[in-house]
Write a protein that binds this ligand. Structure first.
Ligand code: EPZ
Length: 418
C-alpha cells in the first residue's frame, strides 16, 4: 500500500497543467466501441479508473494500445457482452458500459454495481428508463440482463438529473430509427464531451449541456475518429483550493474556466484573489479569508465532487460555514479524519457546521474515498508538522501524478510504498 509523507506549511507557488477529465474519459471509453472499428483518444488521464475501464474493454475482446496519454481502442473483434463481476465491483461507474454494449450487440449482462464510500449509488433511474425505450430487463440476485431488438421513440422524464443515467440513455439509443427525448437531463460538461465525441463519429445528439437532450438513431457511425478529452474540472478545482489552503499563488493551465464558475465565485467570496483567462487561471490565496456557505447541486451548481475539498478549506476560514450535501447521502465521512487535525466540525443530517480555526495540526489519516483523500492531502499541506496519508489507492483512481504536480509547486510531499 502507498502512503504520502507531507510536511505542511509551505506556500505553493508556480504553474500546474491539468490532466484530461476522468468523468469524461470513462463514458467516452464506453462509447468508443460503438463504431465497431478504431478510435484514437488524446489527453486521457493515466489513472486507475481509466486502466480498469480498459481492462473491462479488453475482457470483452477489444484491443487497446496506450502511448502516454493517447489510447487507441480497436473494438472490431469485440464479441463478449457480459461485464465481468470482479471488474464491475472494482468500478461502479462501469454500468455506463451497459448502454454502449446494448446499442452494439442488442444485449448485455452485468452484476449489480455495489454501493461505495459516498452512498448506495443505485441504478434504478438507468433501468427504469431503459425499460421505457423498449429494453427488456431481467434481474436475479446477482446479474441484470438487458435485451433490446429495437429502441422505441419516446419522451422520458428523469426523476433526478442523474449524470450516469443520462449518459447510459444516450449510449443505448445511438443506433436505430427512433427519436428519444430526455427531459430533466444532467447538464454536466462531461455529457457535452460525450455528445461531441459521438457526433464526431456521426451520431445525432442535440441539446447536450441543456436539460433537454434529443437523440435521433442512426444506421452507421464513421469507422475511424480521433478525439481530445476535455480538461478535468474537478482536478482544476482541487488545485485552486490547494493554492487557497496554503495561502500560495499558483497558475493553473489547460483548464476550461467556464466549468468552474461556482467554485471561483465562492473562493472570491472567501477573500481569495482569482484571475481567469479562457484556458488558465491564477489564484492568490495569501489573504485573510472568511467563511462562506456551500450547497452542492447538479451542474451548473456547486459540484459535489469539490465539496470535500472546499469543506476542508473552510475549516481554516474565519467564521462559521454551513456545507449542505444535496447529491450523495454519505459524503462527509472524510471529515471525521480531518477532525483529527483539529478541525471544529458538527454533523447534522446532510450538512456540516464548520467553525474556522487558524491552522490545522498534523496527524496520520486514512483516505476514505477519492475526493475525501484529496481533501486530506490539502489539509496536511496546510498543517504544521509531518502527516501521513495512507490508503492512497482511492486517490490514484482520479488524480494523475498528484504528488509530482504538488512537489513541483513547492509542496514537501514524498510517496512511500510499503
Ligand atoms: C457521476 O456519478 C460522477 N462519476 C461522480 O463523480 C459525480 O459525483 C456525480 O456524477 C454527480 O456529479 C462519473 O462520472 C464516473 P449521478 P454518477 O447518477 O453518474 C442518485 C468522482 O468523485 N442516483 O448523477 O453515479 C445517486 O445515488 C465521482 O469523480 C439514483 O438514485 O452520479 C446520487 O445520489 C463521485 N439512481 C445522485 O443520484 C440512479 O439510477 C447523483 O448520481 C442514479 C443515481
Amino acid at each position: 500500500m502507498s502512503k504520502y509523507i507531507i510536511k505542511g506549511g509551505e506556500k505553493l507557488s508556480g504553474e500546474v497543467n491539468i490532466s484530461g477529465s476522468k468523468n469524461a474519459s470513462l463514458p467516452i471509453l464506453a462509447a468508443s466501441i460503438l463504431n465497431r472499428k478504431k478510435v484514437k483518444l488524446y489527453n486521457v488521464p493515466d489513472i486507475s479508473d481509466v486502466r480498469t475501464t480498459c481492462e473491462i474493454l479488453e475482457s470483452l475482446g477489444c484491443k487497446i494500445e496506450k502511448i502516454n496519454n493517447v489510447l487507441i481502442i480497436d473494438s472490431e473483434k469485440m464479441e463478449n457482452t457480459v461485464i465481468p463481476d470482479d471488474l464491475m465491483r472494482k468500478l461502479r461507474s462501469s454500468v455506463i458500459l451497459a448502454g454502449a454494449i446494448l446499442a452494439r450487440f442488442k444485449k448485455v449482462s452485468f452484476s449489480l454495481p455495489g454501493g461505495c464510500d459516498i452512498g448506495t449509488r443505485p441504478i434504478d433511474l438507468h433501468l427504469k428508463n431503459f425499460k421505457k425505450i423498449g429494453i427488456k430487463i431481467s434481474e436475479n440476485s446477482r446479474y441484470i440482463e438487458c435485451i433490446c431488438d429495437k429502441i422505441e421513440s419516446k419522451t422520458i422524464e428523469l426523476d433526478f438529473p442523474s449524470v450516469g443515467a443520462t449518459e447510459n440513455l444516450i449510449l443505448a439509443s445511438i443506433y436505430g430509427n427512433h427519436e428519444i427525448i430526455i427531459n430533466n437531463a444532467a447538464m454536466e460538461p462531461e455529457i457535452v464531451d460525450l455528445a461531441n465525441f459521438l457526433n464526431k463519429l456521426g451520431a445525432k445528439i442535440y441539446g447536450a449541456g441543456t436539460n433537454i437532450i434529443k437523440v435521433l438513431g442512426v444506421k452507421k457511425l464513421k469507422e475511424l475518429a480521433s478525439y481530445t478529452i476535455m480538461p478535468d474540472r474537478i482536478e482544476a478545482g482541487t488545485f485552486l483550493v490547494a493554492g487557497a489552503i496554503t495561502k500560495g499563488s499558483i497558475k493553473i493551465n489547460k483548464v476550461n474556466t467556464i466549468h468552474l464558475g461556482p467554485v471561483i465565485s465562492k473562493l472570491k467570496k472567501c477573500g481569495c484573489e482569482i484571475l481567469t483567462d479562457n484556458n488558465c487561471m491564477y489564484i492568490n490565496g495569501n489573504k485573510n479569508t472568511t467563511a462562506v456557505d456551500i450547497k452542492t447541486m447538479p451542474y451548473p451548481g456547486f459540484p459535489t465532487d469539490l465539496q470535500p475539498i472546499f469543506s476542508t478549506y473552510l475549516t481554516i476560514c474565519k467564521g462559521t460555514s454551513i456545507v449542505t450535501e444535496n447529491i450523495f447521502e454519505n459524503r462527509f465521512k472524510f471529515m471525521q479524519e480531518i477532525k483529527r487535525m483539529g478541525a471544529k466540525v458538527k454533523f447534522e443530517s446532510n450538512s456540516i457546521i464548520i467553525k474556522g480555526i487558524k491552522k490545522l495540526h498534523s496527524a496520520n489519516l486514512e483516505c476514505t474515498d477519492l475526493r475525501g483523500g484529496a481533501a486530506m492531502v490539502l489539509a496536511a499541506l496546510n498543517s504544521d508538522g509531518v502527516s501521513e496519508i495512507s490508503k492512497l489507492d482511492y486517490l490514484f483512481r482520479g488524480y494523475e501524478n498528484f504528488d509530482i504536480k504538488l512537489k513541483k509547486l513547492g509542496a514537501n510531499i514524498t510517496r512511500e510504498e510499503n
